[in-house]
Design a protein around this ligand. Structure first.
Ligand code: AMP
Length: 345
């Protein structure tokens, strides 16, 4: 059997390479120029191909090199945010671990909304900017991602006022109003469970959970409400890092049901369905209800917390099992049993 685990040098690359090594697989790093030294320090890549940027993956010469190495690309956040997903779907010839067709569903808010609805899980209510809005909402402007360019509004009036101010500052262009995504803001604790779906044994595993630490919303609690008002503070949602969280055991069943609902929906809407790692972004409100507002159809950076396993992976495996290693194990088992086509697209 010859399979080489390849990934782009960023995001969760170190974890992915380490997991592949632990499973005895060869590794190849697509390293963005200038970052070679960082990855050499960890010594986890058996070979490196230097690239200028993510778009280089579409270069036929680079693809040829990957094919020569029997490389299986493990996608992560950098690939998704690198754009050109349509071209990647169609023109990238090497094997991709996971479902390459689901990445645009993650990127496109309309598609994302559709698949989460299909999953039959509790999601925050969505509004059109012209609706009469009677509760707090979070507003995601066109092109905003990773929590940047989001803001909250109290109701319709507040939303109208804030949108007007954005337009005046040139932050919202004519015609973009249609693309504004307005969603009920759920007050509560955010939790991001890390799932792995194995097509080889048709099971959903929970391998970890984190919450993101976001500035300034997570820092606002350090200042009293009165001072917040005086300082005119408004919450923003830029991710700074990740914090591990262990969920109350009574919540776990609902977490599994949500994961399984998502797998089912993905099989229906984006064939062949989710393969391997995915994450649902949830908020737990004061009544203990979980609302899912986002998904990622690939490994998330929060799994970097658990390079040596997590409380959940420890319950499932008698050895340290990071998400990176779990991916490599699925690849190894699929390759050994002639089933690579079941875990790659
Ligand atoms: P996203 O880009 O959708 O992952 O959102 C970035 C951050 O905004 C999340 O990590 C949450 O803190 C916050 N957020 C997004 N949507 C909601 C929501 N509907 N209710 C509460 N917080 C949200």
């Amino acid at each position: 059997m010859r399979a080489t685990v390849a990934t782009i040098g960023s995001h969760s690359a170190l974890q992915i390479l380490k997991g592949a090594k632990d499973e005895g697989l060869r590794t190849l790093l697509l390293c963005i120029k200038g970052r070679e030294e960082l990855y050499e320090r960890f010594g986890l890549a058996d070979s490196m191909i230097t690239i200028k940027n993510v778009e280089d993956l579409l270069d036929p010469k680079i693809q040829e090199k990957l094919l020569d190495e029997d490389a299986i690309i493990v996608p992560h956040g950098t690939l998704i945010s690198g754009g050109k997903l349509d071209e990647f779907e169609k023109h990238f010839r090497p094997k991709v671990f996971g479902n390459r067709f689901i990445f645009k569903w993650e990127y496109d808010r309309e598609l994302k909304d559709r698949i989460l609805k299909e999953a039959g899980i509790r999601i925050p209510q969505r509004f059109s900017p012209s609706d009469s809005i009677d509760r707090p909402v979070i507003v995601k402007l066109p092109g905003a991602e990773g929590g940047r360019g989001y803001f909250v509004a109290r109701d319709s009036k507040d939303l109208e006022r804030k949108l007007k101010s954005f337009s005046q500052k040139g932050l919202l262009k004519r015609g973009e109003d249609e693309e504004i995504f307005v969603q009920e803001y759920i007050v509560g604790v955010t939790v991001y469970p890390h799932y792995f779906y194995s097509p080889l044994n048709s099971k959903v595993e929970l391998l970890g959970c984190d919450r993101r630490y976001e500035t300034n919303v997570d820092g606002m609690g350090r200042i009293g409400a009165k001072d917040q008002l005086e300082l005119d503070l408004v919450p923003t949602f830029r991710v700074v890092g990740n914090i591990p969280i262990v969920l109350r055991e009574s919540i776990l069943m609902e977490v599994f049901q949500a994961g399984e609902g998502f797998v089912k929906a993905s099989k229906k809407l984006v064939k062949p369905g989710i393969i391997g790692p995915f994450c649902l972004e949830m908020v737990c409100d004061e009544e203990g209800r979980l609302f899912t507002f986002e998904f990622s159809g690939r490994i998330v950076a929060g799994t970097n917390l658990f390079v040596n396993g997590s409380p959940y992976s420890d319950l499932l495996y008698a050895e340290p099992m990071s998400m990176g290693r779990r991916i490599a194990r699925e690849i190894r088992e699929a390759a050994q049993n002639g089933k690579l086509t079941e875990v790659t697209t």
